[in-house]
Ligand binder design. Structure first.
Ligand code: G3H
Ligand code: 13P
Ligand code: ZN
Length: 342
């Protein structure tokens, strides 16, 4: 089937009461890992590329790898999503290339670091909604800011300084007409989220539940949702790495989120850890190897295992067959019929 919109996948996930992992990619092997995991677990998938990923890969390569994915895995509903678009122009270029979903992250200014005003966020998100919906493309926005900084994206700090205000979230949805809303409840990007094991109080789940109560029909998105498993950290350190002790987001917290409106869960770091551990292992155990396939194959397999596990834990496994793809042109008509007027 062709690439489908994020909106279709999240609507379907909402009906089924499950979450869908959104996994970041930069290259062919990561796409293959995700697609293989999706086939094995019969899951719909969201593949996402950041600005950094688009620059690294010369994004037309990524786009064509994704078209190949739809040919090779025709039974898998697959979304191609722009992660953390920093401006209207960035989102527009992704839409023009064929992404079926974009995130306009107006919670930060174009530099990807400085928290913006509510008015700025509404204005840029609304602009992207107009551009995107005219083509049937989905829009994710963000209110409140994530902490941490990865490749220049994030407000810095511990993730708690800019939590989402539930009332502002309601206003934001009303004024923008977006499809999916990323909220800040204390997570941050990257491996160093928490310096001790999170308790039930570490993430502000009560706030998430409050937002869901006020916006029961809005698809919520959790960023910074890698669990940073100890076993993956240990492999890296066992084979010469130097990760400091760290903790990520417990899967049970994500599952509680899924019971309360979270439909899209962003995971990048766990896959980076899996890939790096597998490559380091080959380098240490087989120092005579110099064929990149000797370490890229185990790396691809290691990422596939993590993705398949998350697909099962998030509940998307077994649901690939529920979909008949809605063409973007039909989505565009639907948006035109239900246009938001502010
Ligand atoms: O936004 C965070 C994702 O992990 C993407 O990271 O900007 O380094 O590609 P990146
Ligand atoms: P992690 O760094 O926790 O994997 O988060 C990824 C993310 O939120 C991408 O937008
Ligand atoms: Zn993110």
């Amino acid at each position: 089937m062709p690439l489908v919109s994020l909106r279709q996948v999240l609507d379907e996930a909402s009906k089924g009461g499950y979450g869908v992992g959104a996994f970041n990619v930069n290259n062919m092997e990561q796409i293959q890992s995700i697609m293989e995991a999706a086939r094995e677990t019969k899951s719909p998938v969201i593949v996402q590329a950041s600005r950094g990923a688009r620059a690294y890969s010369q994004d037309r390569f990524l786009y064509h790898f994704m078209l190949a994915a739809t040919e090779i895995y025709p039974e898998i509903p697959t979304v191609l999503h722009l992660d953390h678009g920093n401006s209207v122009a960035t989102c527009k270029s992704a839409i023009d290339m064929g992404f079926t979903s974009v995130m306009m992250d107006g919670s930060l200014l174009e530099d990807g670091k400085t928290p913006s005003s509510f008015e700025y966020n509404v204005q840029v998100t609304r602009e992207v909604v107009e551009l995107a919906h005219a083509k049937g493309v989905t829009v994710e926005g963000e209110i409140g800011c994530l902490g941490g900084i990865e490749d220049g994206h994030g407000a810095g700090g511990d993730g708690l300084s800019h939590l989402t205000d539930p009332q502002q979230a309601v206003e934001f949805v009303k004024q923008t007409g977006l499809d999916a809303l990323a909220i800040a409840i204390g997570t941050s990007h990257g491996a160093y989220k928490f310096s001790s094991k999170p308790t039930g109080e570490t993430l502000k789940m009560a706030r998430l539940i409050e937002i869901h109560k006020r916006l029961p029909n809005v698809h919520l998105v959790m960023h910074g949702s890698s669990s940073v498993p100890k076993d993956l950290q240990d492999i890296i350190n066992q084979y010469g790495g130097r990760l400091r002790p760290t903790w990520g987001v417990p899967v049970e917290e994500i599952q509680l989120g899924i019971k309360n409106g979270v439909r899209k869960i962003n995971v990048d770091t766990d896959n980076r850890l899996a890939i790096t551990g597998a490559i380091r292992k080959v380098f240490v155990e087989k120092p005579e190897e110099f064929d990149p396939r000797s370490y890229m194959k185990p790396a691809r397999e290691a990422m596939k295992k993590v993705v398949a596990l998350r697909m099962t834990q998030f509940g998307q496994a077994g649901h690939a067959g529920d979909y008949s793809p809605i063409p973007l042109a039909v989505m565009a008509h639907h948006y035109a019929d239900h246009a938001v007027t502010v």
